[in-house]
Design a protein around this ligand. Structure first.
Ligand code: PSU
Ligand code: MN
Length: 310
């Protein structure tokens, strides 16, 4: 069951999980190819997979390799994607390029949503979603549109705080994306637990989130349910401290004329330099924590009363 007419290829572990109907959690790979430096990226990818397994689900890291959308990566494929110098960032628009030219690709939130949905996976963990960029009225991430048309539960720590968070929440509402704060009433600010922005929904349990997602999809609303999980207390950074760093990084990006797909990788790396590495520690901690919560939700969705036909 490795392939179909679709350009999908499953790892052995994911193929087995599909055959046995085990809960799966999709993981993105732009964070591996463009979000984090080597070797932190590889260690993080392994850690996220381990955290998914620890909660009783099966990880499916998604990337483009050898002209295929690879769903689940072997250890050597994970290393390949973590070290590839020519990897491109694959959002919705980029699949054809990466597949036809056989260049390796790290899938963004939008790209991973598309691929996970093709593979029938219902839950996905990431760090921060893309959104509406500050001072750049026409840079709105394709993540927001894809969330609006793809029925998955996506666990994140909010949108990256390099973005305009109020505007990002507005576009999510326009796209029909439910945003649920996990054990919080606020939209987290990625590196920080609090943004001052109140959400209209909160849930304190993975089981209830699974039930809400099922109800949403059964009502015919085939959009994502976005779960906003604040970064762990030990690694979260104070909002004011990191906001000052972000403003400095944004100035540098403007001075160097960095725009478009290059903006997010540039800003994340500049923020990390300017924060003395603290932002990367927060980033790693929240990615691990999101993998765990996503696995708990996937297990709850797979339970008999959580069954849903899409
Ligand atoms: N979160 C991180 N690191 C990343 C990203 C998110 O901690 O590298 C990636 C995600 O894959 C997200 C993408 O989908 O950045 C958004 O890019 P853009 O703004 O160009 O759509
Ligand atoms: Mn963009």
């Amino acid at each position: 069951m490795a392939t179909s007419q679709l350009p999908l290829a499953y790892s052995q572990a994911v193929a087995r999980a599909r055959a046995a109907d085990l809960p799966l959690v999709a993981l993105e790979s732009t964070v591996i190819t463009h979000g984090l430096p080597f070797p932190e990226n590889l260690n993080l990818a392994r850690d996220m997979e381990a955290n998914v397994k620890a909660e009783g689900a099966v990880p499916a890291t998604i990337a483009i390799l050898d002209g295929k959308i690879q769903v689940g990566l072997s250890e050597s494929q994970l290393e390949m994607i973590a070290t590839a110098k020519n990897a491109i960032k694959v959002s919705r628009r980029d699949f054809g390029l990466a597949l036809a030219r056989r260049v390796p690709g790290g899938t963004t939130v939008a790209g991973t949503l598309h691929a996970a949905n093709l593979a029938g996976i219902q839950v996905f963990a990431t760090g921060g979603i893309g959104g509406v960029h500050r001072n750049a009225p026409f840079d709105v991430s394709a993540d927001l549109v894809e969330l609006g048309r793809t029925p998955l539960v996506v666990v994140c720590a909010g949108a990256k705080s390099i973005l305009d968070l109020p505007a990002t929440l507005e576009v999510l509402e326009t796209q029909g994306v439910m945003v649920i704060g996990y054990q919080t009433d606020e939209f987290p600010a990625f590196f920080s637990r609090s943004s001052g922005l109140r959400l209209n929904a909160r849930s304190d349990s993975p089981q209830e989130i699974a039930a809400i997602a099922n109800a949403q999809w059964q009502a015919g609303v085939k959009s994502a349910v976005l779960v906003a999980n604040p970064p762990p207390v030990e690694n979260a950074l104070p909002y004011d401290e990191i906001e000052a760093v972000i403003r400095a990084a944004l100035k540098d990006a403007e001075a160097q004329g960095i725009h478009g797909a290059a903006a997010t990788p540039f800003l994340l790396s500049r923020v990390n330099q300017l924060s003395g590495g603290k932002s990367m520690q927060a980033n790693l901690a929240l990615l691990r924590s999101n993998a765990r919560l996503a696995a708990q939700i996937a297990v709850a969705l797979a339970a008999p009363k959580g069954q849903v036909a899409i």
